[in-house]
Design a protein around this ligand. Sequence first.
Ligand SMILES: Cc1cc2nc3c(=O)[nH]c(=O)nc-3n(C[C@H](O)[C@H](O)[C@H](O)COP(=O)(O)O)c2cc1C
Length: 402
Amino acid sequence: MSNPLTDRRIVLGVSGSIAAYKAAEITSRLVQAGAEVDVALTRAATEFITPLTFRSLTAREPYVDMFRPHGEYGEAHVELARQADLMVIAPATASTMARLVNGLADDFVSLTALATQAPILIAPAMDSQMWEHEATRANRYTLEGRGVTLVGPVPGRLASGRIGSGRMAEPATIVDAIKVRLGQARGDLAARRIVVTAGGTREAIDPVRYVGNHSSGKMGYAIAEAARDRGAEVILITTAALPDPHGVRVVRVESALELQRAVEAECPQAKALVMAAAVADYRPSEAAEQKMKRADASELAVDLVENPDVIALVSGDFVKIAFAAETENLIENAIGKLERKGAQLIVANDVTATDAGFGTDTNRVTILDRDGGAEILPLMSKYEVAVRVLDRVAALLADQES
Ligand SMILES: Cc1cc2nc3c(=O)[nH]c(=O)nc-3n(C[C@H](O)[C@H](O)[C@H](O)COP(=O)(O)O)c2cc1C
């Protein structure tokens, strides 16, 4: 499973908001990710966007009129609901939310929502006064109480020109939320806590300078996203300034010592720790309190002291996955680390390759285990590498739990 949306059946309900045009982008993203998407529109939605747009994007006929169904289903209104892996309503108007709360089924969107047993996710979109109205507020809480997931709305510029809350979440965020919900419903890491570290640590020399490394954090973020997509509760401890992945709890740190404290704090309930961060082996013995000035001397030495080996020192009943970034003798060095760090697996990569390792979107790794096994993977995206690493984590957890 390299993409959590591949072959998933998603029903996208579109209701009558000015944000309906963004439903086209959601559709396009889902289709490109390999999902089978059926679109249902309310009558009001067709005032904002035409069914033709969705037919072109999905190569399937959208559903608008429940009394004039089409396609292979005799009972389209319930069959669509039955076959769905997930229903998403984006945008969801105040009216559509009220209809869901009251169990009305007088258009294709509310009808399908009432008939389906699949998880439902809604992305409300409306003016801030409508969103903040007591009626909408009560509807929101009722829907959440029934297990409906809300994505957004977010503060921002509204169609009325006002700035306020009620703007629909961005299509990319909605697609991420769909992955999260699908993972929670059927992922093999569902309800398991996984702690992931990412990025290179920064060891202060003075308030403006540090000793660092070239780790971009991309591999750790890919692990966090892939674990989230399989239903895990993910805590990402990171030094990198990348955008927070949706549905992941992010803990920001800078130095190895801060990272160690965060790992110690987050690991007690974890099932796995994946240490993709490049933690500095040494740090300046003292960080100057003020910015260091250029001195008369032509040389300057910074004393370094050893940092703790975070993964080796953290103890508990969880699976440990280490990473080894090497520039020579990749496998020999990685095997040595596997033992020293008490890890079940080590993911080894040669950071001298230009298409793999630091900063790239692709990686070429070998996964080594304690039985001497070496799974040599070809060049692939960091997300795909993450999926392969997590396949091994899921297998180790399944062994532990059986
Ligand atoms: C230009 C325009 C924009 C609208 N935008 C919204 C909106 O963003 N959110 C909303 O809840 N209603 C909005 N409405 C009102 C809904 O279209 C109206 O309540 C409609 O009955 C909703 O029907 P539906 O929920 O069946 O799609 C808008 C109406 C107009 C005329």
